[in-house]
Design a protein around this ligand. Structure first.
Ligand code: ASP
Length: 330
């Protein structure tokens, strides 16, 4: 018999591929795939952190008019990218240790189409470039100079993303940190946004300037399909924030979706993924990671390693911040 404990042992060995459809069904029958009797909450949008409130509002303008989830997720995170006061996404994002602002983003629709850009410089809205990669090329990801060249060819404008306040913060960091990249829970955040539209289609977007003062060329989880974001229209969608290296190591967002496929609620799926991160890392100092998830029924959840993670939720009856559950206090 496959008990949950056995499942965890097995999955530690084999990852996603060995998860079978029945793994969780005996212990958790609350969420079944394709339960036609279930009431679906739609449209609905959720996104990471407090900046998600404004992003959700922009996404909602599209969702409320019966628009598509893919348009909604792009419009939502563009608001955060274009906010120069936000130091973790788009313009105003904190730079790498060389003083260069490099942006990562990805987008995924209800048919598993996806696009991504990584280490993109001088372009304010990487999510829209990612969407062009998805729609106008046979590829999924473009990086660095190639991504920038593609963006310019598509008519995106070259923009200086290093604001005065980000430059000042970087100069101060250089004095104290002696040009060493550090993992610091204070200096990174991301917007990941998931939406379910009126037609019942899911989509997601994820965009970030990544970890501040990282090595030039470092790419985190956020633009990596399956790590920072994953959408499967049969099941649900998930995205991640926090230390990207830890998320990549467990294929975080893909795992959350697979766990939902196997019967877990969005909340429990996020919790399992977080616990896997905890199990795989001996040193959890500053190892904050949070996941949010949305299933086909419009049910939502979130979970993080440490306290303090929250997400914004908007539906026809709710517009609020939700404190995610967590494993431990700092
Ligand atoms: N996950 C992002 C990265 O590692 C940063 C964050 O969400 O705080 O680049």
């Amino acid at each position: 018999m496959k008990t949950r404990r056995n499942f965890l042992k097995l999955s530690a060995l084999g990852g996603v591929a060995i998860i079978s459809n029945s793994c969780f069904s005996k212990e958790n029958e609350s969420v079944k795939i394709n339960d036609t009797s279930k009431n679906v909450i739609k449209p609905i949008v959720i996104s990471t952190w407090i900046h998600g409130m404004e992003a959700n509002a922009a996404a909602w303008e599209i969702l409320a008019k019966k628009g598509n989830s893919i348009d909604a997720v792009e419009a939502g995170v563009r608001v955060t990218e274009s906010d120069p006061e936000n130091s973790s996404v788009g313009i105003g994002g904190l730079p790498d240790r060389d003083g260069k602002v490099t942006l990562d983003a990805c987008i995924m629709d209800h048919e598993n189409n996806c696009g991504a850009v990584a280490c993109l410089q001088d372009i304010e809205n990487p999510i829209s470039v990612a969407r062009k990669v998805m729609e106008d090329t046979p590829h999924v990801m473009l990086v660095g100079d190639g991504a920038k060249q593609f963006a310019l060819e598509k008519g995106f404008k070259e923009t200086n993303l290093l604001t005065n306040s980000s430059k000042t913060a970087w100069e101060k960091w250089k004095e104290e940190s002696k040009y060493q990249p550090v993992i610091n829970s204070e200096n990174h955040d991301t917007i990941g946004l998931l939406a379910l539209d009126e037609k019942g289609n899911l989509a997601g977007a994820c965009t970030t300037s990544g970890m501040a003062y990282k090595l030039h060329g470092r790419v985190g989880d956020s633009p990596i399909i399956g790590a920072g974001l994953f959408v499967d229209n049969e099941v649900g969608a998930a995205c991640a924030t926090g230390v990207g290296e830890a998320v990549i190591r467990i294929a975080g967002s893909a795992i959350v979706v697979e766990l939902m496929r196997n019967g877990l609620s969005p909340n429990d799926a996020c919790k399992e993924a977080v616990q896997r991160i905890i199990k795989k890392h001996k040193d959890l100092t500053n190892m904050q990671v949070g996941f949010i998830a949305l299933n086909k029924y419009g049910e939502t959840g979130g979970y993080s390693v440490y306290a303090g993670f929250n997400y914004a939720l908007k539906s026809s009856s709710q517009n609020e911040m939700v404190d995610a559950k967590f494993d431990r206090n700092w």
